[in-house]
Design a binder for this molecule. Sequence first.
Ligand code: NAG
Ligand code: NAG
Ligand code: NAG
Ligand code: NAG
Ligand code: NAG
Ligand code: NAG
Ligand code: NAG
Ligand code: NAG
Length: 273
Amino acid sequence: MAQITHTYILCILFSLLILIVHSKQLDQKKPCKRFVVYYHDILFNGTDAANATSAVAVNQTNLGKFNHGMMVVFDDPLTKDNHLLSRPVARAQGFFFYDKKDALNAWFAFTMVFNSTKHKDQKKPCKRFVVYYHDILFNGTDAANATSAVAVNQTNLGKFNHGMMVVFDDPLTKDNHLLSRPVARAQGFFFYDKKDALNTWFAFTMVFNSTKHKGTINIMGADIFAEKIREFSIVGGTGDFWMTRGIVSVTPDTQQGNYYFRFKMDVKMYECY
Ligand SMILES: *[C@@H]1O[C@H](CO)[C@@H](O)[C@H](O)[C@H]1NC(C)=O
Ligand SMILES: *[C@@H]1O[C@H](CO)[C@@H](O)[C@H](O)[C@H]1NC(C)=O
Ligand SMILES: *[C@@H]1O[C@H](CO)[C@@H](O)[C@H](O)[C@H]1NC(C)=O
Ligand SMILES: *[C@@H]1O[C@H](CO)[C@@H](O)[C@H](O)[C@H]1NC(C)=O
Ligand SMILES: *[C@@H]1O[C@H](CO)[C@@H](O)[C@H](O)[C@H]1NC(C)=O
Ligand SMILES: *[C@@H]1O[C@H](CO)[C@@H](O)[C@H](O)[C@H]1NC(C)=O
Ligand SMILES: *[C@@H]1O[C@H](CO)[C@@H](O)[C@H](O)[C@H]1NC(C)=O
Ligand SMILES: *[C@@H]1O[C@H](CO)[C@@H](O)[C@H](O)[C@H]1NC(C)=O
């Protein structure tokens, strides 16, 4: 932590400057929707929990002197102008980590979460099915039964597991019985990202390997606990789901303490080939 001893703000302007530069080179078409927001990140320094919006969840490696490997989990405000204290129009929930040994450089994955307008009617999916996702968190002794485990402990930012990351290889079943024969597996991770409420962020792949379906569906998104139905993006696919995109509507189905939970996943593809 020696390199980062003070709080700092990153103000990143998603100004599409990069896009503009590229558009000259690649002659891209005009955006069908466009806006500017400012992203504010205040890194937790150990005492400013009320103010901080992110915290180090994984420390740096010893590769170089530029925080290589350090991972920061955030739930950051997005504002219309560049004032930190302006009313946020949305939140950015996700993580970044430093990835270079010889310079500062970071890699981001996050979701912009808007909660001000109703979304439009969607067109009909071209493929659709329901699966149930079962997650049994390893408790230290039930390795035969468990399907996931805590890979990164929580930070000290708040009391809602902020920064805790769980890696899973979970069964997906056609009905809601844990012991039904899995039709696929969900392989990936989630982590808690809020300091003042339970909330997680998921990235995983549905892996199908049966006589019926072979292929993968890649999924990511904010698991917004305040919503009854959460929506993840299908960002791509392979095999029987080649190049697909769509939405997974996720409904919490049951929860047993910290050790088992089940989601109903309504998988809706809007691009099929
Ligand atoms: C953390 O930040 C707060 C507010 O900026 C400051 O008052 C405090 O001294 C800092 N604490 C440490 C340990 O740097
Ligand atoms: C919150 O953090 C920002 C950025 O470090 C700082 O400018 C501001 O003074 C802090 N506010 C409080 C109340 O600590
Ligand atoms: C990172 O290292 C510091 C000491 O170097 C330690 O206090 C802190 O708990 C570590 N954080 C994580 C997330 O491992
Ligand atoms: C872990 O779970 C198993 C099976 O549910 C239970 O028998 C065992 O007591 C639990 N162990 C701990 C340490 O909680
Ligand atoms: C998390 O913390 C517990 C003690 O609080 C420790 O036993 C465990 O090894 C830690 N796990 C990781 C992944 O750091
Ligand atoms: C997929 O199924 C085939 C045939 O049952 C098997 O040989 C192969 O190991 C399976 N692959 C995975 C990743 O489970
Ligand atoms: C979104 O706004 C609605 C209505 O104001 C509220 O009930 C709901 O809790 C909000 N969801 C989130 C995730 O903040
Ligand atoms: C496996 O975990 C589930 C969910 O916690 C529990 O209902 C079941 O009893 C466990 N089975 C065994 C054999 O421990």
